[in-house]
Write a protein that binds this ligand. Structure first.
Ligand code: ISL
Ligand code: CA
Length: 541
C-alpha cells in the first residue's frame, strides 16, 4: 500500500473524540475502559460517526491524563489489555468506522524507561534522548516557562544539570535533533499502523517538537511571546516530512494539534492536499475569553472567518467547539440552554473542514460546577489558580477563570441515562458526575442528538459541504454567523438577543429551508431572528 486509497476521506468524514476515562466503565472500578467503548460503538454508529479519536490509553502514571506515557507499546491496565484494544479496533472496522490514536511524541513520562536511564549520568546512552543543560539549584539555564505555569526546567542534583519540559515536570521533552530518538519514534508509529492496524493519529502538541537554541532569555512575557521558542520552529519540517512518508504508506488519517501554526503562515503548507504533512490541523486560537473570563463569541467568529478564508485555496481545517482542554461550549459560548447548544452545533458543523464532536457535546453536557479548588487534583489547573492568586488576582475572579473555566470541568463522565451514576458506572466514578445528568443524558437529549444526526447526514451527502468553498456574510455583525457554501446557506444567531438583518446581498429567492429552529417557507427581505435561532437553506434545483 503506497498510495492513498481515498485521498478525500477526511473531507467527508466526521470524527468523534472519546476521553476514555469518562466514556463508559464496564467493570465497576469507576473508570471508563475499552470494553465500555466497545459496548457503545453502535450508539456512535447510529449518530453517523466515521472515525473515533481516542485520547491516550497507553501505559502512564496519569500525571497529565495519560499524556505522560511510560510505554508507547502497551495499554494502561486501567483501560484493559492489548487484546481488548484489538477487539475494539476490529469492532470499529466491522461497523465501518476508523480509529485513530493520540500520538504524544513531544515528551514522555519521567517513568519511561528512556528517561529513567537518561537521568542516571551524562554519558548514559539515553541521555541525548532528552534535553539537558548545565544548571544549579539557584540558576536555571534560562527563564523560559512551561504551559503549565512553572519553569520549563527541572534541576537534577545527580548530574548538576536541568532537563527541559514545556508541560509538567513529569513530562520531559524529547530531543528530536537526535537521529536515534527519531528512529525509535518512527519505529513505534509504524508498529501501530502496520502491526496493530490502527487508521491514523491525532498528533499531540506536534508544533512544539522543535526548539530554538536556549542561549537567550525572554525579556518580559509582555514583550516576547513566551511560547515562541518552541512554536513551529525551523527544522520541524524535516521531522514532519519523515512522518508524512510513513503516514502515506498506510493511508493514515491524520490531524495535528498545531498551536503556533498561523492561518496565513504555515497552516496551508502543513495541510496542503499534496505537499502537506497532515490531513488537517486544529487551530488553538478560537477559545477566546473576554477580560471578565466569559467566552467572546465575536472573537471566536473572527478567528474562524480568518482560518476559513486563509485555507480556502490550499489546506484543510479541523473543526471543533469542544475538546478535553477547554470548558464545554454551552458553558462559555452558550448560555447553558438547549437552544444555544443547537445554534453552536449548526454554525460550526457545516464550515469547511473535518468536524469533530467531543463526547457528550451531542447531548448538551456543560462544564462541571466546581465549588472549591480542593475538588481539583490536576497540576496545571492548580498551578494556574495559585499563580493567579500570587499575582494579586482576587480569589473569586481566579476561581472563575482558572477553575470554573478549567479543562477539568469538561472531563466528567458521559451521561447515558438518568439512572445511578448516569449509567456510566456501577461503582464509584473517578470524577464526579455533573448534577444535571437527570435531564441531560443520551435518553433525554434526543432533540439535540437528532440535530447532530441531520448535520452529519448533510455532510455525508452534500458535495458542496464537503469540498465546496465558503463565503461569509455580515462579517462585522457580532452575533450573526452567516455563510454560503455553494448550494447552501447557513444562518445562525449566536446570541440570546433578537436581531434582524436585510438579506439584500444574498439571492434568497434561490433558497429553500432544509432545517431550522422554526419553519420558514420563503426567506423575507428583512429577516428577524430570535436568540439562538438557526437555519440551513439549500439552493432549489
Ligand atoms: O500551545 C498551547 C497554548 O497556546 C498549548 O495549549 C499546547 O499546545 C496544548 O496545551 C497541548 O495540549 C496537548 O498536550 C498536552 C496535554 O496536557 C493536553 O491535554 C493535550 O491536548 C501535553 O501532552
Ligand atoms: Ca473500568
Amino acid at each position: 500500500m503506497t498510495k492513498k486509497l481515498d485521498k478525500d476521506y477526511h473531507k467527508k468524514a466526521v470524527g468523534y473524540q472519546i476521553y476514555p476515562k469518562s466514556f463508559k466503565d464496564s467493570n465497576a472500578d469507576g473508570i471508563g475502559d475499552l470494553q465500555g467503548i466497545i459496548e457503545k460503538l453502535p450508539y456512535l454508529k447510529s449518530l453517523g460517526i466515521d472515525f473515533i479519536w481516542l485520547n491516550p490509553i497507553y501505559a502512564s502514571p496519569q500525571v497529565d491524563g495519560g499524556y505522560d506515557i511510560s510505554d508507547f507499546y502497551d495499554i494502561d491496565p486501567m483501560f484493559g489489555t492489548m487484546a481488548d484494544f484489538k477487539a475494539l479496533l476490529a469492532k470499529c472496522h466491522q461497523l465501518g468506522m476508523k480509529l485513530i490514536m493520540d500520538l504524544v511524541v513531544n515528551h514522555t513520562s519521567n517513568q519511561h524507561k528512556w528517561f529513567i536511564e537518561a537521568q542516571k549520568s551524562k554519558d548514559n546512552p539515553y541521555r541525548d534522548y532528552y534535553l539537558w543543560a548545565d544548571a544549579s539549584p539557584e540558576k536555571k539555564p534560562n527563564n523560559w516557562r512551561s504551559f503549565f505555569g512553572i519553569s520549563a526546567w527541572t534541576y537534577q542534583e545527580q548530574t548538576q544539570q536541568a532537563y527541559f519540559h514545556i508541560f509538567a515536570a513529569e513530562q520531559p521533552d524529547l530531543n528530536w535533533k537526535n537521529p536515534k530518538l527519531r528512529a525509535e519514534i518512527y519505529k513505534m508509529v509504524r508498529w501501530w499502523l502496520e502491526d496493530i492496524g490502527i487508521d491514523g493519529f491525532r498528533l499531540d502538541a506536534i508544533s512544539h517538537i522543535q526548539k530554538m537554541d536556549w542561549d537567550f532569555e525572554l525579556r518580559s512575557f509582555d514583550g516576547d511571546d513566551p511560547w515562541e521558542p518552541f512554536m513551529n520552529v525551523i527544522g520541524i519540517d524535516n521531522y514532519l516530512t519523515d512522518l508524512k512518508k510513513i503516514f502515506n504508506e498506510f493511508d493514515a488519517t491524520t490531524v495535528g494539534e498545531a498551536s503556533g501554526v498561523r492561518s496565513n503562515k504555515g497552516a496551508a503548507d502543513w495541510t496542503d492536499a499534496d505537499e502537506g504533512y497532515l490531513d488537517a490541523i486544529f487551530e488553538l486560537e478560537h477559545n477566546r475569553k473576554k477580560s471578565d473570563g466569559t467566552g467572546d463569541l465575536y472573537e471566536y467568529k473572527k478567528v474562524i472567518m480568518r482560518w476559513q478564508g486563509d485555507l480556502l485555496e490550499r489546506g484543510w481545517n479541523a473543526l471543533y467547539i469542544e475538546n478535553h482542554d477547554m470548558p464545554r461550549a454551552i458553558s462559555i459560548f452558550g448560555d447553558g440552554s438547549l437552544a444555544s447548544a443547537k445554534a453552536l452545533a449548526v454554525q460550526y458543523m457545516l464550515l469547511r473542514g473535518t468536524p469533530f464532536i467531543y463526547y457528550g457535546q451531542e447531548i448538551g453536557m456543560s462544564s462541571y460546577p466546581f465549588e472549591s479548588i480542593d475538588e481539583i487534583s490536576s497540576e496545571d489547573t492548580r498551578n494556574h489558580y495559585f499563580n493567579a492568586l500570587k499575582s494579586g488576582v482576587p480569589e473569586k475572579e481566579a476561581f472563575f477563570k482558572e477553575v470554573l473555566n478549567s479543562r477539568d470541568g469538561a472531563r466528567t463522565p458521559m451521561q447515558w441515562n438518568r439512572e445511578k451514576n448516569a449509567g456510566f458506572t456501577e461503582g464509584q466514578p473517578w470524577m464526579p458526575i455533573n448534577p444535571n445528568y437527570t435531564t441531560v443524558n443520551v435518553e433525554d437529549s434526543s432533540e439535540l442528538i437528532a440535530l447532530y444526526r441531520e448535520l452529519i447526514s448533510l455532510r455525508h451527502h452534500e458535495k458542496s459541504l464537503q469540498d465546496g468553498g465558503i463565503r461569509f456574510h455580515f462579517p462585522r455583525s457580532k452575533a450573526i454567523f452567516c455563510y454560503e457554501r455553494e448550494d447552501f446557506l447557513v444562518l445562525v444567531n449566536l446570541s440570546d438577543q433578537k436581531l434582524s438583518r436585510k438579506m439584500t446581498a444574498i439571492p434568497i429567492e434561490d433558497y429553500q429551508q432544509v432545517l431550522g429552529s422554526r419553519p420558514i417557507k420563503k426567506i423575507p427581505r428583512t429577516l428577524s431572528l430570535s436568540g439562538w435561532e438557526y437555519h440551513v437553506f439549500k439552493r432549489k434545483s
